[in-house]
Design a protein around this ligand. Structure first.
Ligand SMILES: Nc1nc2c(c(=O)[nH]1)N[C@H]1C(S)=C(S)[C@@H](COP(=O)(O)OP(=O)(O)OC[C@H]3O[C@@H](n4cnc5c(=O)[nH]c(N)nc54)[C@H](O)[C@@H]3O)O[C@H]1N2
Ligand SMILES: Nc1nc2c(c(=O)[nH]1)N[C@H]1C(S)=C(S)[C@@H](COP(=O)(O)OP(=O)(O)OC[C@H]3O[C@@H](n4cnc5c(=O)[nH]c(N)nc54)[C@H](O)[C@@H]3O)O[C@H]1N2
Ligand SMILES: [Mo]
Length: 759
């Protein structure tokens, strides 16, 4: 359990001694010392394993230690010596475990046996694999295929994901929601309209050539710490780094490289951000429009003086569509509106424009601070507009760089985990495997939740993840989840989604990527795609946590064989025996990206998928890169009511999504509890609150449902007025399911309209 809350604003650099201390305490906590620290030698290395934490790119020439504090934590957490055994389950009823914190559940260690829920005793009991598969198969054969959901959390390999998507389609649906639906789905909708690719355009080497980086709504120090290395190098070359974030995140302020003795001795780091703009939550469109407006003003001056322009008119003429309307729109906006909506002074936006105007090659980085809003798509497209103004897509040192979440979330979409049929080569699959794939779009995450609420969904298969905890509207969803007929959870550790049981519930434990995966044809390799669309091999190095574990491909095949009629073209057993054969099948379905897949496995730095926009080939309807006008200046749901604040639900430095490693948000100086709400001093004064006071938050929603989280301690934080921050998933009961990004349906977890309940 958590200890007493302490709060000491953090002043040291990100990385540095703090990260080393945190690492040591984490490896001790997981009793992983002796094995796991030694195995870190293989982390993100050729011949080793790909980190299971974030999706950041893995360099062709890795550092001696190509890991970060949080990647190492993820590894220790997987390779812990603790075990959640059948004896554990016999001792604890599900009713009791439902009272445990997320941290305490996963902290019991790795699941060791397949388990089936026994309602009479309210416990999970061991079951033989074959029996579990047979029963699941019998259930699945009895449903209308459209009432079954196949969810995936973005960790499973390309091989597993390809098999899993095929399983769903052979079964008869495209109900393949993915954690991406809660994450960068906004990117996958916004970028194709703007530049004709669903993913980012930069490669790691672009960081060596950039002289300006724009960052919006991403917390680098916690969520992609290895990106601090190229950022630090860029800074040392003199690159400008302009950060837009309501919170002053330490990672964007200062970084000391734990792998450089000099920096460690002095505990001094490199200043990362050259400008830090504390934009109002949901105010990014206004901020970017302001920067664009200031750029036009600079451009006017230069033209007036006959100097060379900052608006790249040659690029715009040759490569883009919609510029005139865009220019008119921007010039039409008033500084008053922009200042109010962005929460920034005009001079701040002008300073950003001046720095951007000086650059020859700019990279735009962004994360959940842009995607998880009502107008998330507009956020991303406005950032593209800003980049197009100066020709910053499709040239060295420049481009769009969405920072993806899970280590293979982008790859899962690449190999067919998608509810959208237009994104999948269904005709090819039909020929390759001799069947008629379902042609109707499936459910995304929000639609799957709606289906669970209204009873359309009967069964939920989960390839990893912690769906019940990660989705919005926890309280309503947990109640509805109990109405499911079947829940099958492929997992490594125990989590709350396993405990909110359905009619029949199974936990199927699998190997983690760091473990040796021995199959009929020997040790197996798997592959993942990083944030820059490069494909890497990953080889397990550790002894599996239990002899009973199966690999994810073996589990998918087990369910498939028990459910589907035999098909001579789909050789599940042979695939499981040799994953190279799955890669051959992937190469047949996707020859452009995956030709000669098995021969290219060990390309240093991974092999890049072809992305048209990198070569300025715009695969859009207009055949050009499109300027797209935003629908409004602010991206949120709130209606400007005085007492309604914008809540962003964010991650601490001691978690990976719903996996809570501990209670120490080191970089924000918060320790001992996650039940906090970060608030501006003026708002605290207005509400008569002091540091440490206990409050509740209630969603200002208009659907008649009360959404409330109580017992949060107020911490005075440097955050704009009217904006508050609290941790996910504890505050997910506040996020209404119907508040999602228009078009992408990504839940709007960064601008929940809330009222503070005091007294
Ligand atoms: N260690 C660790 N690594 C992770 C994860 C983890 O939980 N732990 N999760 C992984 C996953 S799945 C993902 S998607 C990524 C998530 O990584 P991030 O995209 O960094 O996600 P969040 O922690 O939710 O933080 C979002 C940031 O956006 C800011 N923000 C919030 N609202 C706004 C806004 O309106 N405008 C702007 N400009 N900024 C805003 C917040 O202050 C915060 O700094 O990280 C991945 N990597
Ligand atoms: N309010 C709010 N809600 C959010 C967000 C937010 O910022 N705010 N962020 C959203 C985002 S970006 C995301 S990506 C989702 C995350 O949603 P999910 O991906 O569903 O959740 P995770 O917490 O990553 O899943 C953790 C579980 O995965 C299992 N697991 C771990 N490794 C493996 C493995 O190798 N194989 C298998 N089979 N299982 C494994 C473990 O049992 C562990 O308990 O949450 C979303 N929800
Ligand atoms: Mo994510």
């Amino acid at each position: 359990m958590a200890d007493e809350l302490t709060y000491h604003p953090y002043k040291s650099p990100t990385g540095g001694w703090g990260s080393v201390k945190s690492l040591i305490s984490n490896s001790l906590g997981q009793h992983a010392v002796g094995t796991a620290p030694d195995l870190l030698r293989h982390h993100n290395k050729l011949g080793g394993y790909a980190c299971t934490s974030c999706a950041w790119a893995k360099p062709a020439k890795p550092h001696t230690a190509e890991f970060c504090e949080n990647g190492a934590k993820a590894t220790f957490w997987d390779l812990t010596s603790k075990r959640t055994t059948p004896e554990f389950f016999a001792k604890h009823t599900v009713a009791e475990l439902l009272g445990w914190a997320d941290h305490d559940l996963e902290n019991e260690g790795r699941l060791t046996h397949p388990m089936r829920y026994d309602r009479a005793s309210d416990t999970y009991r061991p079951v033989e694999w074959e029996e579990a598969f047979a029963e699941i198969g019998t259930h699945l054969k009895g449903y209308d295929p459209e009432s079954v959901v196949f969810y995936a959390s973005g960790r499973a390999s390309l091989e597993t994901s390809y098999m899993y998507a095929l399983l769903a389609r052979l079964y008869g649906n495209n109900n393949l929601p993915d954690s991406s639906n809660m994450c960068h789905e906004t990117t996958s909708v916004a970028l194709p309209q703007s530049i004709g690719t669903p993913v980012g355009t930069v490669l790691l080497e672009d960081f060596e050539h950039t002289d300006c980086i724009l960052s919006f709504g991403q917390n680098v120090g916690t969520n992609s710490p290895r990106l601090l290395h190229p950022l630090q190098e860029a800074r040392k070359r003199g690159a400008e780094i302009l950060v837009f974030n309501p919170l002053r995140e330490r990672g964007w302020e200062e970084f000391a490289n734990p792998q450089k003795p000099g920096e460690m001795l002095l505990n001094s780091g490199t200043q990362i951000a050259t400008q830090y703009h504390q934009v109002r939550t949901g105010g990014d469109i206004a901020a970017m429009v302001g920067v664009a407006k200031a750029l036009f003003a600079l451009d006017d001056d230069l033209r007036h003086n006959g100097a060379s322009r900052v608006v790249d008119i040659d690029f715009i003429t040759e490569h883009t569509h919609g510029f005139e309307a865009f220019e008119a729109y921007i010039r039409h906006q008033s500084w008053d509106d922009l200042e109010r909506e962005a929460g920034l002074d005009r001079t701040a936006m002008e300073e950003a424009a001046t720095a951007y105007a000086r650059s020859k090659a700019t990279i735009a980085i962004y994360g959940m601070g842009l995607t998880q809003h009502r107008l998330g798509v507009d956020n991303v497209q406005m950032l593209v507009n800003l980049m197009l103004m100066r020709g910053n897509i499709g040239k060295p040192g420049a481009g769009m760089c969405p920072i993806r979440g899970h280590s293979n979330v982008q790859g899962q979409r690449t190999v067919g985990i998608s509810e959208k049929t237009e994104l999948v080569p269904l005709e090819k699959l039909a020929k390759q495997f001799g069947f008629s794939p379902p042609m109707k779009d499936g459910m995304n995450t929000v639609e799957a939740c709606e289906g669970i609420l209204d009873g359309r969904v009967k069964a939920f298969i989960s390839l990893g993840g912690n769906f019940v905890r990660a989705i919005p509207d926890t309280n309503r969803m947990e109640a509805a989840w109990r109405g499911l007929d079947l829940s099958v959870q492929v997992a490594t550790k125990l989590n709350r989604s396993h405990l909110v049981t359905a009619g029949s519930s199974y936990i199927l434990p699998c190997l983690v990527r760091t473990e040796i995966d021995e199959q009929a044809r020997g040790k197996q390799v798997v592959t993942v795609e990083d944030s820059t669309a490069c494909i890497h091999a990953s080889r397990g190095v550790a002894t599996p946590a239990s002899k009973q574990l199966l690999s994810e491909p073996a589990i998918v095949a087990g369910i498939a064989k028990a459910t589907l009629a035999p098909n001579p073209d789909v050789t599940w057993d042979e695939w499981v025996g040799d994953y190279g054969l799955i890669r051959d099948a992937i190469a047949t379905t996707y020859p452009d990206a995956f030709h000669d897949f098995n021969d290219r496995l060990d390309t240093p730095g991974g092999f890049p998928r072809p992305i048209g926009a990198r070569q300025r080939k715009w695969e859009t309807k207009t055949g050009k890169a499109n300027f797209v006008l935003p629908k409004a200046l602010q991206a949120t749901f709130d209606n400007g009511e005085q007492d309604v604040m914008r809540l962003m639900t964010i991650r601490s430095n001691d978690q990976f999504n719903t996996t809570i490693y501990g209670y120490h948000d080191r970089l924000r100086g918060i320790d001992g509890s996650r039940m906090v709400v970060m608030m501006n001093e003026h708002d605290m004064e207005r509400l008569g609150l002091n540091n440490g006071d206990v409050v509740g938050l209630e969603t200002a929603s208009d659907d008649g449902v009360t959404r409330r989280v109580v017992g949060l301690r107020v911490l005075e934080f440097d955050v704009p007025r009217g904006c508050v921050a609290a941790y996910y998933p504890e505050t997910n009961p506040l996020v209404p399911l119907y508040q999602y990004a228009e078009e992408s349906k990504t839940p709007a977890a960064k601008s929940v309209p809330v009222r503070v309940l005091t007294g």
